[in-house]
Ligand binder design. Structure first.
Ligand SMILES: NC(=O)c1ccc[n+]([C@@H]2O[C@H](COP(=O)([O-])OP(=O)(O)OC[C@H]3O[C@@H](n4cnc5c(N)ncnc54)[C@H](O)[C@@H]3O)[C@@H](O)[C@H]2O)c1
Length: 315
């Protein structure tokens, strides 16, 4: 198959590109390099089955894509970590909404199946725990996270309306906290922050008392979920994430133990609108996709720590 992956130079996108190439597909990666890195797809640059288009999803897409014979579009292009999406909130909204608009238009013209990488952030600071897909969320529409949360919600709306109006095939994945190699050192999300701080011997930044919980999905599990969702007949939205819940303090302790770091834990005030709990209800993914995460946290951390060690030039 010929498959377009937007955001393919990013953390999740680059793992997806590798997986699709390994399955024998031809992959076009479209990315503007905003948060992604060439390094993540460097190994594929000489592969004739791989093509890189450096371009912003907000700009008109190359006309050649309409005649390229693409059968699937994985639409991942969007900054995903709070420091990156909050650095230029209006740009984030344009990317998420206008980019999705452009890619849906391409899906309509090509007849390709379209998968949107949405997010658990559509649930905001949830009042229902764990979060099932039919929970409509508790989102502050004007806070500092809204540029991401609300624009992903609108991207979902666009996808469903496009399906209703133009009968295209859509898939919507609500991705929960994912981690693994290929994340940026300055990504700003908790797993990469803790590993980088522990490896550098810096204090681990814990917001609040660290009793807030999160669930962490290893990237290979997540990519498997995306591929199964794209292949299957269920439109979604469908939660993809690891339901095992840990407090932030537990995560910090695991990272300290696995890195052998002597770093201390430093408590800082909670950021605005920081969700207190986040845990996916993955019953739908289990039943409809026969999918569930396989990699436990300590194993995923063991696979991720050497990557960061190398990135930081520590071995
Ligand atoms: N990683 C997670 O835990 C997580 C959780 C929920 C949802 N998601 C979603 O998954 C997708 C990928 O996330 P990630 O963690 O790999 O993030 P990432 O920042 O590593 O990757 C995003 C990629 O999109 C590219 N991009 C950004 N804006 C663009 C634009 N305007 N035009 C073209 N390319 C652009 C970036 O350069 C980057 O390569 C995102 O849509 C994100 O919202 C990720």
């Amino acid at each position: 198959m010929k498959i377009l992956v937007t955001g393919g130079m990013g953390f999740i996108g680059s793992h997806l590109v590798t997986r699709l190439l390994q399955e024998g597909h031809q992959v076009i990666c479209l990315d503007n390099g905003y948060t992604g890195r060439r390094l993540n797809i460097q190994i594929h640059l000489d592969n004739p089955a791989f093509q890189l288009i450096l371009q912003d999803v907000v700009d008109p897409l190359p006309a050649a894509l309409e005649h390229s014979g693409i059968q699937q579009i994985y639409h991942l292009a969007c900054p995903a970590s709070p420091p990156h999406y909050q650095a230029d909130p209006i740009r984030t909204i344009r990317t998420s909404v206008w980019g999705t608009y452009n890619l849906l238009q391409l899906a309509q013209k090509t007849g390709a199946r379209f998968l949107l990488a949405s997010t658990s952030e559509v649930y905001g600071d949830p009042l229902v725990h764990p979060q099932p897909e039919d929970y409509w969320g508790h989102v502050n529409p004007i806070g500092p996270r809204a540029c991401y949360d609300e624009s992903k919600r609108l991207a979902e709306t666009l996808a469903f309306d496009w399906q209703r109006q133009h009968s295209i095939e859509i898939r919507v994945a609500r991705i929960f906290n994912t981690y693994g190699p290929a994340m940026r050192e300055d990504d700003g999300r908790v797993v990469s922050n803790f590993i980088v701080q522990a490896l550098r011997g810096d204090p681990l930044t814990v917001y609040g008392d660290g009793s807030q919980t999160r669930s962490f999905c290893y990237v290979s599990d997540l990519v498997e979920g995306l591929v199964q969702l794209m292949k299957g007949s269920h439109t979604g939205p469908i939660n993809l994430g690891n339901p095992n819940e840990f407090t932030i303090l537990e995560l910090a302790q695991q990272v300290l133990a696995l890195t052998g770091s002597a770093s201390v834990i430093a408590h800082h005030p909670l950021p605005e609108d920081d969700p207190k709990q986040r845990q996916p209800d993955i019953r739908k993914a289990r039943t409809l996709l026969a999918w569930e995460p396989r990699v436990p946290l300590h194993e995923g951390l063991q696979l991720t720590i050497p990557y960061f060690r190398q990135r930081l030039g520590l071995g």
